[in-house]
Design a protein around this ligand. Sequence first.
Ligand SMILES: [Fe+2]
Length: 160
Amino acid sequence: MTVVKSTIPESARQVTGDALQSTLVDLLGLSLIGKQAHWNVVGPRFRSIHLQLDEVVTAARDFADTVAERASALGLPPDGRPETIASAFTLPGPKDGWVRDSEVVEVMVEALGAAIGRLRERIEATEKADPVTQDLLITVTAELEKQRWMFDAENWPKEG
Ligand SMILES: [Fe+2]
């Protein structure tokens, strides 16, 4: 059933819809693992990492909304239901319970790095299909790369 009429051709809809939906899943999942780590981080760097995690959460939530609304605007209904996130989310995240500050940093570098890698693939995929969506994905990637850098910088010198 078509409710909102799409402004992009049928041929571009699938790739654009997939790119937006999988980005939505990654961003909502990132906001959840960011909060999980925010609550469970322990160690001498608790305060700075606790606060930094909320920056990731805010960015992920804000962009999740923008990405979902981009999908809606194209006539592609977004799916942000918890069961959808639970089954589709594949990025690494913190283990259950308290997590040491250094381990949180490692996990966030990994999770953000994985999300960025996936976004860069979607940037390529949407280049022709919908440059407006591509532009949004580029903006999201720039923010996540900034966040990844800040955690990576926390991680120096590398242990082990
Ligand atoms: Fe908080």
